[in-house]
Design a binder for this molecule. Structure first.
Ligand code: 5GP
Length: 177
């Protein structure tokens, strides 16, 4: 690829989307976030093709069979995947693709030999993360799952040499820079 993708990783609720919104404003036209495919249900505030391409499990499995994905993962019982064509489209437009995924997804991308810049985002504190996760989910059971997943994500990233860039999202301006 002409432009190395930027792989952005961090637990759900760490503020990756806010960070990206600010980066897109500040560095207009340089980056573009690839849209992932997922089988998870659409949340109230989400739109198809903007947040994710929301597809059925059957459609997702077909895409696995036709080798459309650079990587895909099952997270919290739902499938998420990054499509090769989407990365090429962004690259052909002269922009740097941003891939937002989980830690294991980033490790899998690295295994494919795709060169990229890997960044892991940490929360300011565990309390802050608990609050942000709590604001987003609808059931206690989902809350517990998300917290456990966040801990696993951070532990996995701490033990990986892949993330040559690590960032604590405490002050937005500083984090964007
Ligand atoms: P959420 O359901 O909160 O949008 O996302 C849950 C998790 O899925 C997050 O950790 C997010 O980074 C990850 N995710 C989103 N898209 C992809 C993808 O294409 N591949 C992988 N491996 N993870 C993804």
């Amino acid at each position: 690829m002409k432009e190395k993708p930027f792989i952005l990783v961090g637990p759900s609720g760490v503020g990756k989307n806010t960070l990206l919104e600010e980066v897109f404003k500040k560095y207009e036209g340089i980056f573009e976030k690839k849209v992932s495919y997922t089988t998870r249900p659409t949340k109230k505030f989400e739109k198809n093709a903007a947040n994710y391409y929301f597809i059925s499990k059957e459609e997702f499995v077909k895409k696995i069979e036709t080798k459309d994905f650079v990587e895909y993962r099952e997270i919290n019982g739902h499938l998420y995947g990054t499509c090769k064509k989407e990365l090429m489209r962004i690259n052909d437009a002269g922009r740097i693709p941003i891939i937002e995924c989980d830690t294991q997804g980033a490790i899998n991308i690295n295994k494919t030999g795709l060169e990229g810049n890997f960044l892991f985002v940490y929360p300011q504190s565990f309390e802050q993360l608990r609050k942000r996760i709590g604001n987003r989910i609808e059931t206690e059971e989902e809350f517990k799952k998300r917290i456990e997943l966040a801990i696993t994500e951070i532990e996995l990233a701490n033990n990986s040499v892949l993330f040559t860039n690590r960032l604590v999202n405490d002050k937005l301006d500083k984090a964007v820079d």
